[in-house]
Design a binder for this molecule. Structure first.
Ligand code: LMR
Length: 306
């Protein structure tokens, strides 16, 4: 995640009933014989887990089961992320970078950020890189090109079925285009697909995986976590836009103080929301729909926050 020469000390936190399973995870980590693992702290104690950490990947949430919607999860998860936000506030390094993965990820990240008044809101993010990667992958499949040739798709909003995968600023590069950049919309040349099936496939992909596996995504989520943290810490390639759920500063008319997925670039350990992209009427409607859902989640969550 941070490069082949960056050692890490892993702090693994789980709840008491899972301690035996956690010991198994530690055994497996040892058995990877990874030279980059310079230590493992496995604990059920919040203080021990969060003390002096630089990066926090919060994957532990009440998992969604088949047929369950995110809102059903809010109450249970509010409890978890309030406690973890406070622990980050009290014990972690002040520059800790936090990535919330457990669903509902945006609102869980919001709860954690609001529960950590001593930390900058820019330290908190949620995972929409999985959706970003899914969107790239769908385009690459459709055009029969390598996924690396697809650039600058954008995921707006919530990591849920209201998210908006947007290809209006996306382009393809490389041998597929004779080395030239070519806009995805023109290359696909099927607006009905781009504004219909493509969007719904990406929006529903998490649910489709749960229906097929009877378990939530795992490997693809892990890859997205690596991509998200690596880019945040080490920077995005010149000209490359990625998607991150971050604290809204009102960009693109989105309400402030929500964790909303925006197009971002990263440099020197900081993300910047890409400004000035055109948002057409179709997109505007989608941006507002997913914003509305996040506002509703925030309202529901606030009942459990105090
Ligand atoms: C995913 O997108 O694969 C997961 O967030 C789905 C889920 O609800 O666990």
């Amino acid at each position: 995640m941070f490069g082949k020469d960056q050692p890490v000390i892993l702090h693994l936190l789980d709840i008491a009933p899972m301690i035996e399973s956690l010991k198994g995870v530690v055994m497996e980590i040892e058995d990877t014989a990874s030279p980059l693992v310079h230590g493992v702290v496995a604990t059920t104690d919040l203080q021990e887990a969060f003390t002096n950490i630089n990066y926090a990947i919060l994957v532990g949430a009440m998992p969604r089961k088949e047929g369950m919607e995110r809102k059903d999860l809010l109450k249970a998860n509010c409890g978890i992320f309030k406690v973890q936000g406070k622990a980050l506030n009290d014990y972690a390094n002040k520059d800790v970078k936090v990535l919330v993965v457990g669903n509902p990820a945006n609102t869980n990240a919001l709860i954690a950020a609001l529960s950590a008044p001593g930390l900058p809101k820019e330290n908190f993010s949620c995972l929409t890189r999985l959706d970003h990667n899914r969107a790239k992958s769908q385009i690459s499949k459709r055009l029969n090109i390598n996924v690396n040739q697809v650039h600058n798709v954008i995921i707006w909003g919530n990591h849920s079925k209201t998210q908006y995968p947007d290809v209006n600023h996306a382009y393809i590069s490389g041998s597929a285009t004779g080395g030239e950049k070519s806009q995805v919309r023109g290359a696909v040349a099927d607006d009905a697909w781009l504004q219909g099936e493509f969007i719904t496939t990406v929006q529903n992909r998490g649910g489709a995986i749960i229906a097929a596996r009877k378990l939530s995504s795992a490997a693809s989520a892990a890859q997205a976590i690596v991509d998200h943290m690596r880019d945040w810490v080490k920077g995005t390639p010149e000209g490359e836009i990625v998607s991150m759920g971050v604290w809204s500063d009102g960009s693109y008319g989105v309400a402030k103080d929500l964790i909303y997925s925006f197009p971002v670039t990263c440099q020197d350990g900081k993300y910047t929301i890409v400004q000035g992209l055109d948002v057409d009427a179709f997109s505007r409607e989608k941006l507002e729909l997913t914003e509305k859902e996040l506002q509703e989640e925030k309202e529901e969550a606030s009942a459990f926050l105090h």
